[in-house]
Design a protein around this ligand. Structure first.
Ligand code: LMR
Length: 404
């Protein structure tokens, strides 16, 4: 039995966390997984989450009953307002369907599964993914029989957006194609379209009747402002682009292990929304039955209480602010102190949790094997792993690897 089961490679991101933990070198740095750390390299439990947890612990009426199949209503309603905007026509017209999911990955899966069953495919199901994208996107779509194909996104020559290539792909694709878009803080490149570029993307998508599959895992991390980071999604809804949004609270609330997320499908009519909701419920029931309650209760408290909501916004600014400081410091060290060959302005121009350094696979491997600095093979570093104690060592190691 099982002779035919081939050995799979370990996950490209989580294997770095395991290797980092096993490494006994005192200089080791983990720039692999996109998880926030404070300036002392410790996971950060947001102060607002501590407050909300206390409130939950003191609530004598809480029990461990099942949540509804589509999740905690106070959570899904608050989450929809957060991403779509409180006055979104999708919400006021009853066209938004929101389902609680197992964080962003679960939202991507449920969205992909739903499309695989019900999207009116023009030929074999396929999804256009930015080149590059979060590695898991490929696996998630393949799992439900949707073939991933690349669209141009990152231009290594400019270390920026290949806007013309992107638009060209939208124009060349068969009408009604599905395009996965990172709502903000693109993973892994940290390169986002400008508002003007988003407007052009939306208008081509409308013209061609394409479907926007938004993944929003970093709301708040791009600009430090939750509303500003939702701009593209809200604009697309206003323009009437057909879309869904996958939402995660792992990063912006530091609830990685609690798996809190949501899938929002904005349908053309309320009647269509009711049918979509019914089918999402059927799919969810056979997969996870009912979503977990703890994280959703925490987020529901934060989203629906003015004081806690303001406190959360301040916590998000703290995280985004520290990352921006680290970007500035890394660029300063490379450019002004070490005079490292090349231009390092992209470190401060890129946004969100990650920076795409421009290091190739061999250089990234050297960083891991020689310097004990754990980063993915595509040259991505998680800026959140940098702090005032290790940024000097990371800059010196980058300098050494670039000089060969
Ligand atoms: C990452 O890209 O590092 C994070 O999104 C964590 C993950 O699930 O891969």
């Amino acid at each position: 039995l099982w002779d035919g089961v081939p050995l799979a490679p370990p996950d490209s991101i989580f294997k770095l966390t395991a290797s980092y933990k096993a490494d006994t070198n005192e200089k080791k740095v983990n720039l692999g997984v996109g998880a926030y750390r404070d300036d002392n390299n410790r996971p950060w439990v947001l102060p607002v989450v501590k407050k909300a947890t206390k409130i939950l612990l003191n609530d004598e009426n809480l029990d461990h009953e099942y949540l509804p199949i589509t999740g905690l209503p106070e959570f899904t309603a608050g989450a929809a307002k957060l991403i779509l905007g409180p006055n979104s026509r999708g919400i006021t017209e009853g066209r938004a369907v929101s389902v609680q999911t197992i964080s962003g990955t679960g939202a991507n899966h449920l969205g992909a599964l739903f499309l695989s069953r019900f999207y009116g495919w023009n030929g074999a199901p396929k999804v256009y993914l930015s080149n590059p994208t979060w590695a898991n996107h490929h696996a998630i779509f393949k799992n439900v029989g949707i073939e991933p194909v690349d669209y141009p996104y990152y231009d290594p020559k400019t270390i920026g957006l290949d806007f013309n290539g992107f638009i060209g792909a939208l124009q060349a694709a068969t009408p009604r194609s599905v395009f996965l878009l990172h709502a903000c803080a693109h993973n892994p490149t940290g390169v986002d379209p400008t508002e003007e570029q988003w407007k052009t993307i939306a208008s081509v998508m409308l013209e061609k009747g394409h479907y926007a599959f938004f993944d929003c895992a970093y709301q708040g991390f791009a600009s430090g402002d939750l509303d500003r980071d939702a701009w593209a999604v809200r604009y697309f809804v206003e323009q009437g682009v057909a879309l869904l949004v996958c939402q995660s609270f792992a990063k912006n609330a530091g609830l990685y292990g609690e798996r809190v997320g949501a899938l929002h499908v904005v349908a053309p009519t309320k009647e269509a929304a009711d049918r979509v909701r019914s089918q999402l419920s059927v799919l969810q029931r056979s997969e996870i039955s009912n979503p977990p309650s703890h994280g959703a209760r925490l987020i529901a408290l934060i989203l629906n209480n003015g004081e806690l909501f303001e406190a959360w916004k301040a916590d998000v600014r703290t995280m985004a602010g520290r990352i921006i400081e680290m970007r500035k410091e890394l660029r300063r060290l490379l450019t002004d102190e070490l005079h490292t060959p090349g231009n390092w302005n992209h470190i401060v121009e890129q946004i969100g949790m990650f920076s795409f350094t421009g290091l190739n696979a061999a250089q990234s491997k050297t960083m891991v094997e020689k310097a004990h600095i754990y980063m993915t093979g595509n040259g991505r570093i998680s800026m959140a792993g940098l702090n005032r104690q290790n940024v000097g060592y990371v800059a010196a190691s980058l300098d050494a690897v670039v000089r060969g």
